[in-house]
Each structure stands twice: as C-alpha cells, then as structure tokens.
Ligand binder design. Structure first.
Ligand code: B12
Length: 459
C-alpha cells in the first residue's frame, strides 16, 4: 500500500521547482519502528509485510465492539521527530486513503498544527474526494482538494503561498504527468504502477467513477519507460498494478506494454492486488502473462449468483470465469497460484450465496479472497444499504469500515463472518494441497467436525 497519489503530487512539485520533504507514515522499515516492532511480524514475499500497529483507545461509537482498535504505521512520537527534523516547510500536503480512517487524519492534523500553526495545510485523496463535506467539517486545514491533484496542487499553491509563481506547468493529459517520485521513499522494495485512470465499468459497490472520472489510458511506451527506469534506479523486481481496469482495450494497452518489456529481458515480476477482469483473459493474454512473470493473480469474480453478477455491472459471467481459469492453466499456471476476489455483505445478499461462491472457487481448485462490502456514499449499493435500513444516511463514516459489516448487517454477524473466513482458509488450504474436498471422500466428512451448522447447511 504505497501512497501513489501523493508520490505523483511530489513529482509534480519537484518538476515545478519545489524542494520536497516526505514523511511516509506507513514506513514499515523506519529504524525506530524496527527497534519497537515486538510482535510485528516480519517480511513476506514480494516486498509485502505487516504494518507496525499500536492498540489505542476506541472511539465511543465502537466501545461495545469486542475487537482491538489499533493505529497502524508511525506512532505520534516518531512522526513528531520526523517533522521536527525537516526544514520548516512553506506548505504541508497530506494524502488521505480510506474514508473510514478519518480519525487518523484528524489526529495527524492536530499534531501538525501544534508544531506549525501558521503553515498552510492542504489535504487531498480518496477520503476528501468521497466525503468532501465531512472532511471540510472535521479537518482543520486551509484547503481540501477533491479529485485528481496534479494540476490543482499547483494552482492552489499559487493562490495561497505569498510569493509563489502563477505560471507553473499545466498538464493536459495523464501522459504529461511525471513518473511518481519513488526516490522520496526511504525503502523501495516494490513499485506500484498505474497505467490508466478510472474505470469504464460502473459496479454498484465501487466509487472509482467519483474518484478518477472518465476512463483514460496512458501510452504503452510511457509505461514501458517508467517500469524500465524504476527497475534500474531502485533495483526492484516486483511491480504491482494499481489500475481499476488494467486489461481494458488489451490489444492497444496491456499487450503492447508486456511485449515491449519482454524484448528487454529485464527480469521483473508483476502483481495484481486490485482484481483483474476475467472476461479479458483468453489463451493469448494468459500466455503473455505467464511469460511476463505475473506472480500474484487476483481475478474479480464477486459472486456466482447470475442475477447479482448482471446487476453489479455485467463485467463477468461464470463462463468467462471458467474460460479464464482454463486459459491460465493452459498457459502454465497451477490452479493454486490463482486467486479470486469475492464480495460478501452486499445489501440483500444471503450467506448461502457467499458459501456457494466459495465452494465454486474451491471446486475449480483456485483460492478465494473474501472481501467484506464497505458502503460508499454516492454508489448504488450505498443507496440500497440506506433503503434497507442497514445504514443511516448520516451514519458515522467509521461504521462503513468493511471490518464492521456485522454492526450493520443482520445476516453477517461476527460469528458468521468468522465462519466464512475459516471456511475460505480451509478451502484455500485444500487448494494448496491440490485436493478436492467436495467429492464425498473421507476428507469431506472431516469438514463436518470443523465447520459449524449454519455453514454446513449450505454445502
Ligand atoms: C489500488 C487500490 C487498492 C490497493 C492499495 C491502495 C493504496 N494505495 O494504498 C489494495 C489492493 C491493497 C486495496 C485494498 C483495499 N481497498 Co482499495 N483501491 C485501490 C484503488 C483502485 C486505487 C487507489 C490508488 O492508489 N489510486 C492511484 C492514485 C494516483 O490516486 P489517488 O490516491 O486518488 O491520488 C490522486 C488524488 O486523490 C489526488 N490526491 C491524493 N492525495 C493528495 C494530496 C494532495 C495534497 C492533493 C492536492 C491531491 C491529492 O491526486 C492524486 C493524483 O491524481 C481505489 C479506487 C480508485 N480508483 O481510487 C480503491 C479504493 C481506495 N479501495 C477501496 C476499498 C474498499 C479497499 C478494501 C477495503 C477492499 C476490501 N474490501 O478488502 C481494501 C482495504 C485495504 C485496507 N488495508 O484497508 C475503496 C475505498 C472505500 C473507502 N470507503 O474509502 C476504493 C475507493 C475502491 C472502491 N470500492 O470504490 N486498494
């Protein structure tokens, strides 16, 4: 989870003559963090790993929830040292990610205000874009920016900074943006890449449309140049695509990008933590992905309920999904190397549907990653959640956290969510061992001892 948006903003500022200092609050390798890490588990494959966290007091609204509440990333004392160690800035820029992390932005701004009371502070990002009114109320800052920031940051600085120029560069297209300023990070162990902005689909639960606007693709040549440059500059092998719709217009986009990179034999690996559209993957693309060393492949399935698939956006059918798996297997992937995202907790969704979807992925021999629904204001599923009484239109944004689904849903209680996760772990384990646990074998009987009644009823 790299702050890619802020690194784009950093690059724009540097390109326009600013000196930039950068504090990464999610730096897992900060020397002070490493000293304190305690139970903090170490590195995982491909540059992944756990964030440092500290248990903190729960906000009142969560007092009765029997779960720990933690702050992830740099604790305040380390952050304060960091900010005191840099030269007094003329302007402070902050990014925001998930909306329901807003208490962290509030705390951070309070700390900054205690140190630099008269320095202008500008905040942008996903939270300010999706919840601008809320941000305006809760964040004590000079400016709140919504949407893409590359041009806006320069015009806002021109307005609010005494002595700033007003003839900064104007970026006419995403191809004009400089490459993100990864050199500002202390440890670059993998690199995120964004080859497009936005998404042409309009899934009922997704907010991409409000964040990124119209779908746009970068020129393949520029993406190739960026990846080659960063491979060399930071000596990293792992590249993670952050695109919403990486495979759209594949003939003109991902295919030339991958073919261009293969020519140079630069020894890199790709990861797709944000799901791929299965309908776009046929034998040809699967072969190219295998050759290009795609190592983490996550496919957006969402559900096997045909009506819901159509309702969500019609971007995938069960046939598309099965054809995609068979193309990937033909290309050389083992089934256990493939993962599918499924969603649970959508308004009106039954537990049965979710369990059936997990069973479907397990029968296909692939892994499943269940993702809890997080209602986002403005989306179709937000309206549905409001209409069904699951969430009040003026609910505290904290309650939209995906982890808090059981607080909103009558069906998806804490026990059921735990059972779903346990069931998914079990089928994933079976996928690792390459065994089918649904064929009436003695193993399938053991399931009865492990799983609770409500889940077994659906198998
Ligand atoms: C890549 C991605 C991920 C990655 C990592 C994200 C990251 N960077 O940390 C992964 C796959 C890990 C991920 C996971 C999840 N994600 Co996600 N993800 C995205 C995605 C597709 C792109 C985010 C991104 O990096 N964009 C690229 C950068 C360049 O854009 P940006 O950050 O918006 O920055 C621009 C502007 O905002 C602005 N800007 C930003 N900062 C600043 C600062 C200043 C000062 C200024 C002026 C401007 C500015 O300028 C930037 C450049 O143009 C978005 C959807 C989207 N299209 O935005 C969802 C999204 C953010 N994810 C979402 C969700 C729900 C999740 C999950 C909860 C899914 C799940 N159920 O498991 C998990 C949660 C992870 C967690 N730990 O909590 C939701 C957020 C919902 C919310 N309530 O906030 C989104 C919006 C998708 C959706 N469903 O609509 N995600």
């Amino acid at each position: 989870m790299k702050p890619l948006g802020l690194l784009y903003i950093g690059a724009v500022l540097e390109e326009n003559g600013f000196d930039v200092d950068f504090i990464d609050c999610l730096d897992r390798y900060h020397p002070e963090i490493l000293k304190r890490k305690g139970k903090h588990r170490g590195k995982k494959r491909y540059g992944c790993g756990n964030f440092y966290k500290e248990k903190i007091e729960k906000p009142d609204i969560l007092k009765d929830v029997k779960r720990r509440y933690s702050r992830y990333g740099l604790p305040p004392d380390i952050f304060i040292n960091e900010i005191k160690n840099i030269q007094k800035p003329d302007v402070i820029l902050i990014t925001s990610l998930m909306t329901y992390w807003y208490p962290a932005y509030v705390d951070l701004i309070e700390i900054i205000r205690n140190i630099y009371n008269d320095t202008p502070v500008i905040v942008g990002g996903i939270y300010t874009t999706l919840a601008d009114e809320h941000a305006g109320k809760f964040l004590k800052v000079d400016r709140i920016i919504t949407g893409e920031g590359e041009n806006q940051v320069l015009s806002v600085i021109s307005e609010i900074l005494p002595g700033a120029e007003n003839n900064y560069k104007n970026y006419n297209s995403i191809n004009d943006y400089p490459f993100p300023a990864f050199h500002l990070l202390k440890n670059v162990n993998y690199i995120p890449v964004l080859t497009t902005r936005g998404c042409p689909f309009n899934c009922t639960f997704c907010a991409s449309e409000f964040i990124s606007g119209k779908f746009r693709r970068r020129d393949p040549e520029s993406v190739i140049e960026e990846i080659k440059l960063h491979r060399k500059k930071f000596n990293v092998k792992d590249f993670a695509f952050y695109d919403d719709a990486l495979l759209i217009n594949r003939e003109k986009h991902i295919i030339p990008i991958l073919e261009g990179l293969l020519k140079d034999k630069i020894n890199i690996r790709f990861h797709t933590p944000n799901g791929l559209f299965p309908a776009m993957i046929d034998d040809e693309l699967a072969k190219l992905m295998y050759k290009s060393a795609f190592k983490t492949i996550r496919l957006s399935l969402e559900t096997t309920n045909i009506d819901r698939l159509k309702d969500i956006s019609s971007k995938v059918t069960i046939d598309d999904f099965e054809n995609c798996i068979s193309s990937l297997v033909k290309a050389g992937y083992k089934r256990k190397e493939l993962e599918s995202y499924i969603i649970y907790g959508l308004p009106g969704q039954s537990i049965k549907e979710v369990i059936e979807t997990i069973v479907f992925t397990a029968k296909n021999g692939i892994k499943v990653r269940p993702a809890a629904f997080s209602p986002i204001p403005g989306t179709v599923d937000w309206e549905r959640a409001v209409d069904s009484g699951e969430i009040s239109p003026d609910a505290n944004i904290i309650l939209t956290n995906n982890t808090l689904l059981p607080l909103r849903s009558e069906n998806f209680t804490w026990d059921i969510v735990n059972e779903i996760k346990k069931f998914a772990r079990l089928t994933n384990y079976a996928s690792d061992l390459e065994i089918n646990i649904f064929n009436g074998s003695s193993i399938s009987k053991v399931l009865k001892d492990i799983l609770s009644k409500p889940i077994l009823e659906y198998i």
